[in-house]
Ligand binder design. Structure first.
Ligand code: ATP
Ligand code: MG
Length: 237
């Protein structure tokens, strides 16, 4: 990748004039209205907003799963549609889904190694299996749990498999939709620490949707989604 001076480098991710409308049989729902925002490397963002305010919609557009009705989304200055949504999702962005979206016929370990194979993520040392086991262990899932079919894990354990799977892919941007919703306080704190370290030590851009003020208070930038508008909360910390 070419390195430009900070002043001229485009932002890692930019949403410009992004609006999104869902068209049903009878009515259309405009969820996002003219959203403008940039997301930078090495920064941990949280997005707060009431249920139904469009947080998951915002993540699905920013992560290249869907395209906005209006406006553009660019990564390193390149429009996502030009870069290719598949390529963006494969190489640059990983998502922890609100409903986990695990492969239910696989073990926790296989979910993580399969994602690494698909995205081509290679550990600096050791095998993919070893790295996956380490990531799962770091997040509180021992080997016996990691080698069990995911349907035989608790909701909180499944949520952690989804997090480990996203962490394994070594991406530029990590999106997570309510990633601590099913976790006890200590485990949730461990995940928040992991996200913060990922941003501050690895330079990853981390964007987390949450209802938790406690989580938001530990992020670098707090954004609020309300009535389709995205605004930044000043003096978040
Ligand atoms: N595929 C869809 N088709 C039609 N409407 C949709 C679709 N997905 C979401 N919506 C509507 O868009 C609005 C925003 O939904 P979204 O899932 O983005 O909200 P959210 O902020 O993530 O909510 P929650 O906090 O409950 O997860 C809601 O009114 C929802 O009903
Ligand atoms: Mg949601």
């Amino acid at each position: 990748m070419t390195t430009l001076p900070a002043s001229t480098a485009p932002p890692l991710l930019r949403l410009a004039g992004v609006s999104h409308t869902y068209s049903g049989q009878r009515r259309r729902t405009t969820v996002l209205k003219d959203v403008d925002h940039t997301f930078e490397r090495g920064t941990f963002y949280t997005v707060l907003g009431p249920s139904g305010s469009g947080k998951t919609t915002l993540l699905s557009l920013a992560s290249g799963l869907d395209t906005p009705t209006k406006g553009t989304i660019s990564f390193n200055g390149q429009d996502l549609t030009e870069l290719g949504l598949g390529r963006y999702r494969n190489k640059h962005a990983a998502t922890v889904f609100q409903q986990y979206n695990l492969l239910t016929y696989m073990t926790a370990l296989q979910n993580v190694t399969t994602a690494m194979e698909i995205t081509g993520a290679k550990p600096v040392t050791g095998t993919r299996r070893a790295r996956a086991l380490r990531l799962l262990e770091d997040i509180g899932l021992d080997r016996a749990t990691a080698t069990r079919n995911v349907l035989r894990l608790s909701g909180g354990q499944q949520q952690r498999v989804a997090i480990a799977r996203a962490l394994a892919c070594d991406v530029d941007i990590l999106f997570a939709d309510e990633p601590t919703g099913n976790l006890d306080e200590d485990t949730a704190q461990g995940i928040i620490d992991t996200f913060r370290d990922l941003a501050h030590e690895q330079g990853t851009c981390v964007v987390v949707v949450t209802h938790s003020q406690h989580l938001a208070s530990q992020s670098d930038r707090v954004l609020r989604l309300r009535k389709g508008r995205l605004t930044e909360q000043v003096n978040a910390r």
